[in-house]
Design a protein around this ligand. Structure first.
Ligand SMILES: Nc1ncnc2c1ncn2[C@@H]1O[C@H](COP(=O)(O)OP(=O)(O)OP(=O)(O)O)[C@@H](O)[C@H]1O
Length: 310
């Protein structure tokens, strides 16, 4: 009896993209692997190279170096098969604004030679929220609804791998939360998902993440493992006058790093001998009032900042 080994959903091997006459390296020898059924996140700010990676993996852009396999198929040689089996939701609104919700969905159904009934179970939770507006033109929908329609269109042919490029950018917090709940349900249906986001708080919702900056991957692991590998002791600090506090932290020679983080400043110190009380005394000496200092668990954003300065 022969056993067929199922390849990983995505294997990127030194994938590289260089643009224009100036030869800007947008993606710099990026390698990662996504297992079947994983929810994998590319996390990084604008310009990190996320869209270029998506466009290469979905066969819309040729790499300038390296190679990648999607479903075991080569993104250059096997582009036609890949286009039939994956789903892609680009970052920019990609649907036909003058077509209605129903017409947009039917368009994708026809292109992929399927029927709505065949895979309705995949889009049902999302589509029921759109159904009563089905005769509304896509261009007249809210951001959250556009995003739900785009997801339905990307899913209607039951892709093996779903590529979602910044699906929650510009979407309100409630719809963002709902969207991630939908992704969890899709994962249960055994669809592999590669998702990108500039929102660091969304990183913890992925099984594994790659933190990206300027075309390179800084770290790949589970969000928990990335947080656990943070090497320093991190403090959240607040005082009555925050600008003055940031200035003190920025100039004090016992401080290793400091930056504003919401209502607090986050800081690490050069020697691990510091206790909360030592920091309070140092800040009192520098003229700060109403000081609060607490040792905290780093967030993914703190880890990202640390990796940038490593
Ligand atoms: N067609 C292009 N020609 C020249 N430079 C490009 C082109 N597309 C992207 N770039 C540059 O490549 C870099 C990576 O862009 P990319 O869109 O892949 O990143 P991103 O992480 O998706 O960010 P964004 O959210 O801004 O799209 C950026 O510096 C961008 O300006």
């Amino acid at each position: 009896m022969s056993t067929r080994i199922t390849p990983p959903a995505i294997v990127a091997d030194n994938l590289t993209k260089v643009y224009g006459a100036e030869k800007t390296t947008a993606v710099n020898a990026v390698s990662f692997m996504v297992e079947r059924g994983e929810l994998f996140g590319l996390i990084g700010p604008d310009g990190a190279g996320k869209t270029s990676i998506f466009r290469m993996l979905t066969t819309l852009l040729l790499p300038d170096g390296g190679n990648a396999l999607v479903d075991g198929r080569d993104i250059v040689k096997d582009y036609q098969q890949i286009r039939h089996t994956v789903g892609y939701m680009p970052g920019k609104f990609s649907l036909y604004p003058d077509l209605t919700i129903a017409e947009n969905l039917n368009f994708f159904v026809t292109v992929f030679n399927t029927t709505i009934e065949e895979n309705y179970h995949l889009i049902k939770d999302i589509y029921v929220q759109l159904e009563r507006f089905k005769d509304r033109r896509a261009g007249k929908l809210s951001g959250g609804m556009k995003q739900k329609l785009a997801l339905c269109c990307a899913l209607i042919h039951k892709p093996t791998v779903l590529f979602l490029d910044e699906p929650t950018t510009g979407v309100d917090p409630v719809s963002r939360k709902e969207f991630w709940e939908m992704l969890k349900r899709l994962k249960e249906q055994n669809i592999t998902i590669l998702v990108s986001t500039p929102y660091m708080d969304e990183a913890t919702l992925c099984d594994r993440i790659a933190l990206m900056q300027q075309g390179s991957i800084l770290a790949i692991d589970t969000p928990d493992a990335i947080i656990k590998s943070y090497p320093d002791i991190l403090y959240a600090i607040r005082a009555e006058k925050m600008p003055a506090l940031l200035k003190v932290l920025g100039t004090n020679n016992t401080v290793a790093t400091s930056y504003a983080f919401g209502e607090y400043a986050h800081a690490t110190f050069k020697e691990h001998v510091h206790q909360e009380q030592d920091i309070v005394s140092m800040l009192q000496y520098a003229g700060m009032d109403n000081i609060e200092v607490k040792r905290i668990q780093p967030t993914i954003e703190d880890c990202f900042i640390k990796l940038l300065h490593a």
